[in-house]
Design a protein around this ligand. Structure first.
Ligand code: FES
Length: 106
């Protein structure tokens, strides 16, 4: 991938840049961030297998594209997990553009 290519619109999917390593993983359109990361070999915490209840997949995410707002389920799980500002549940997030993701354990 050439420099800057990850910023171009992607018709069928998105690119996740893992921080701090800079590794990139591609997600398919309609695929959660959780599934994209795991398919790319990036470990993501989970105790509920992506059901949106354990809060362990909370990651810091940033995107130049608007992120879909958290659902009620996600808000409740984030609150129960005492997630920090800027964290989203990877299993509940369907990115629509390039983004960065960071976990405390990467
Ligand atoms: S994997 Fe449990 S809330 Fe996402």
């Amino acid at each position: 991938m050439s420099e800057g290519q990850d910023q171009a619109p992607i018709e069928r999917g998105y690119v996740v840049t893992i921080l701090p390593t800079g590794e990139r993983v591609r997600g398919e359109a309609g695929q959660t961030l959780f599934d994209a990361l795991r398919a790319g070999g990036v470990p993501v915490g989970s105790a509920c297998r992506g059901e949106g209840v354990c809060g362990r997949c909370a990651l810091w995410v940033q995107s130049d594209s608007p992120l879909p707002p958290p659902s009620e389920l996600e808000r409740l799980a984030l609150r129960a997990a005492r997630a920090k500002d800027g964290q989203r549940l990877a299993c509940q997030l369907y990115p629509q553009g390039a983004l960065t993701a960071r976990a405390s354990y990467w």
